[in-house]
Design a protein around this ligand. Structure first.
Ligand code: BYC
Length: 342
């Protein structure tokens, strides 16, 4: 399965450029030495803390990525959440409840990490609801059968771990710390998904096996796209890698995911829906067929199968939860008054 090892040092591409290379033109005379000191710290592999000086572009890049990551966790509760009431057994229901609750927790750690960069929770939520801020493309696809729940665990959480373990060594310490706990939980999520599918494939009926294969056919390509556009069409990658926010490129992580998934698919007894998928001895990796990037860009532009439904559900939950937020604030105010009086 997937490693929980957080130590990716020594396995990073050796050619990572120095932090200052290619950074957009600065900066007041006061800022120049600060930026040089910052670049030197990044190059030395030091972590940056919330109160440390950082270039504005670094702060904005992190805020964009962490808030989008937080939104993905929260929106990601929706596709699986709709199966909680329809889980086939009490055991599966308890597992799914815990998993969806974990995703909510991940969202909260990540919003808290993003808040250290100077944005409020309300601002971030507003950006999600207005469509200004993105969330992962994968959650714009529907969950049609129970096998989709296991497939999300196996493939979606599997892709998430592949992408997120390196973020445990992200140069921004509050993000890196949040990711350590998140990755431990994601690893369980991936295993429960795989185990659920294995149960259906090995002990299930013909119809259940067909249901698993159908789910894998629908989720494979969207999972492959989760890693983002190809490196030569990824506007943020070069700078994020210089700053140690990203440790591996989109295509490198995608390749690692595909290589791992092929063996797991064999163990499960399912076929991955890519006739061009085959081992390349020279590259020591699997070659794969073309990815439909037009679909990816369409989905992240808001025109996937479930984009409208997902945002509608989030806005509705926010509006219906207003009384809870107001009650919590009123309680806090009353406690402050009582403490002053005491
Ligand atoms: N979906 O220059 P690029 C989970 C955007 S949740 C949507 O390569 P970057 C889970 C990208 O934002 C998993 N948009 O960007 C939860 C950029 O647009 P903007 C979420 C995408 O940031 C519940 C543009 O495309 N994981 O695990 O260098 C249940 C160009 O891309 C996507 C994270 O958020 C996408 N897939 O790299 C189960 C991980 N890909 O912002 C599981 C943290 C790209 O310039 N994030 N875009 O308008 C990252 O590692 C990076 O942000 C990405 C993209 C690799 C995703």
């Amino acid at each position: 399965m997937y490693t929980q090892a957080m130590d990716t040092a020594g396995r990073e591409p050796a050619e990572r450029p120095a932090a200052g290379e290619g950074t957009p033109a600065l900066r007041s005379a006061d800022e120049l030495p600060l930026e040089q000191r910052f670049d030197a710290r990044i190059d030395a592999g030091e972590f940056i803390e919330a109160k440390d000086w950082m270039p504005e572009h670094y702060r904005r890049t992190l805020l964009r990525q962490i808030s989008q990551h937080a939104h993905s966790e929260i929106v990601g509760m929706l596709p699986e959440g709709r199966w909680i009431t329809r889980a086939p057994t009490l055991k599966r229901k308890a597992i799914l409840l815990a998993k969806v609750q974990d995703e909510g927790g991940h969202g909260l750690y990540l919003y808290a990490a993003a808040e250290t960069l100077g944005s409020s929770r309300d601002q971030m939520i507003q950006a999600l609801h207005s469509g200004k801020s993105k969330y992962s493309s994968i959650f714009n696809y529907p969950t049609l059968t129970w096998a989709d729940v296991g497939t999300i665990g196996w493939l979606v959480d599997g892709a998430a771990i592949m992408n997120q373990v390196p973020i445990c060594r992200c140069s921004y310490a509050p993000y890196a710390r949040a990711m350590v706990r998140i990755c431990r939980e994601e690893s369980f999520h991936q295993r429960q998904g795989f185990e659920s599918l294995l149960t259906m494939m090995q002990g299930g009926t013909e119809a259940q096996r067909a249901m698993v294969q159908d789910a894998v056919d629908r989720w494979w390509w969207p999972a492959v796209m989760m890693f983002g556009p190809p490196d030569d069409q990824s506007p943020n990658s070069a700078q994020s890698m210089r700053w140690g926010i990203k440790r591996f490129s989109n295509d490198d992580l995608r390749q690692k995911f595909i290589d791992a998934a092929v063996d797991q698919a064999r163990e499960l007894g399912v076929t991955l829906p890519d006739p061009a998928l085959r081992w390349n001895e020279a590259r020591q990796h699997h070659d794969h067929g073309p990815i439909d990037w037009a679909e990816f860009w369409r989905v992240i532009a808001g025109d996937g199968p479930c984009n409208r439904e997902r945002i509608h559900a989030r806005v509705q939950a926010w509006e219906e939860g207003a009384w809870v937020r107001e009650a919590a604030l009123a309680h806090e105010r009353r406690q402050a008054v009582q403490q002053q009086a005491a």
